[in-house]
Design a protein around this ligand. Structure first.
Ligand code: WQD
Length: 340
């Protein structure tokens, strides 16, 4: 089989950089495209250091249709993985049009060119599409709920745009991967999460508190109907998550898909509470975290975790790294950023 080329939009970001490493190590040629609107070159340089070679990097905005056409004319792209999107939930509530314009238009442009070229498309969706459900764990058949934010709504809408496009255009097939809570960093500590400003997400806030960048972690809510009163999530290691993309791309490129549009949960199947995660972080890294209880955060679901059976059966993928390995890697990355 000749080498396949995968375009990774948003390939300089947190998830995109880890996916680029795993794809390259699995034998794919990867082209990274990013407009660096929400990251710098740290992760791109880290990717090249891990792989020991320079990967093609195109600075471009996927909202620019001509730039997307040029890119597809220049490289023999077999599959696209689309990450390039705005992702701040709170900001999307304040500036919905910014989110709808960017996240929808970029994806429409990719699909429009992909269908003409006969190219597979993998969309990075989110467990946010399930909202709060009483049936846990959630399977791919669990109903989607109305989104809590414009950001979440762009995930739902892009799933539908992909579903309708593969139905209408014979040239294109698609997979949506619904991520639960991706955390951690590459074991090399050369790539990881780089939130700008005050982190919204739990693990970057924990590591920044531990390193002394933040004074105290607030645990949002201790009166939820869960075993210890804090929310439960399905925290999935970033390297495990990246490997799911390799399995999905291979399935598309080797014509193993059973339908033109497929959806897979990417999670561990293991719920962990916020408190359990903090305890595990303290234990594995042998430190004490400064934290306190704070009021609930608006928009948070009480509990959600995946049923990952379908991904195991169809993709041959399942999460392998322990929460201890993941949290040790997150801490090693934070220390490296701080030069410690
Ligand atoms: C996890 C738990 C918080 C911060 C979000 C997006 C989702 C997806 C991933 C991203 C919750 C609690 C958090 C803090 C806390 N998409 N928490 N103190 O909300 O499950 O998912 O990120 O691009 O769409 O909504 O993840 O890490 O923000 O929160 O107590 O300082 O940690 O209340 O229970 P979430 P999270």
């Amino acid at each position: 089989m000749s080498k396949k080329t995968v375009l990774v939009s948003g390939g300089a970001g947190f998830i995109g950089s880890h996916v680029t490493v795993e794809l390259t190590q699995a034998g794919y040629d990867v082209v990274i495209a990013d407009n660096f609107s929400n990251c710098d070159e740290t992760n791109y340089k880290g990717v090249c250091a891990i792989l020991g070679k320079e990967l093609p990097l195109i600075r471009m905005d996927f909202c620019d249709k001509a730039a997307v056409e040029d890119l597809f004319a220049k490289y023999p792209i077999d599959a696209v993985i689309h990450f390039a999107a705005f992702k701040a939930v709170g900001e999307s509530v304040d500036e919905p049009l910014k989110y709808y314009r960017n996240n929808l238009l970029s994806f429409i442009n990719i699909l429009d060119v992909a269908r003409q070229k006969g190219c597979n498309v993998l969309f990075s969706s989110s467990a946010t599409v399930y909202g709060q459900t009483d049936q846990l764990p959630v399977t791919e058949k669990s109903p989607r709920q109305p989104a809590e934010s414009p950001y979440g709504n762009t995930k739902t809408m892009c799933e539908d745009i992909l579903r309708d496009s593969v139905k209408a255009y014979p040239g294109v097939r698609g997979i949506a991967l619904r991520y639960f809570n991706p955390i951690g960093a590459h074991p090399s500590a050369l790539i990881g999460e780089l939130p700008r400003g005050v982190p919204n997400n739990l693990v970057p806030f924990i590591t920044q508190t531990a390193i002394g960048k933040r004074a105290c972690l607030s645990v949002f809510g201790n009166d939820y109907p869960t075993p210890d009163g804090t929310c439960q999530r399905d925290f999935i290691d970033i390297v495990d998550l990246a490997k799911a993309h390799v399995c999905a791309v291979t399935r598309m490129c080797e014509n193993k898909m059973k339908q033109e549009y497929e959806i897979f949960n990417v999670g561990t199947g293991r719920p962990l509470s916020v408190l359990e995660l903090i305890n595990a972080f303290e234990k594995v890294n042998n430190l004490k975290l400064n934290w306190k209880y704070a009021p609930r955060r608006p928009g948070d679901v009480v509990a959600i975790w995946a049923d990952p059976t379908l991904a195991e059966q169809e993709l041959g993928w399942k999460a392998e790294r322990s929460i201890e390995e993941t949290l040790a890697a997150a801490w090693a990355w934070e220390k490296r950023l701080a030069g410690k």
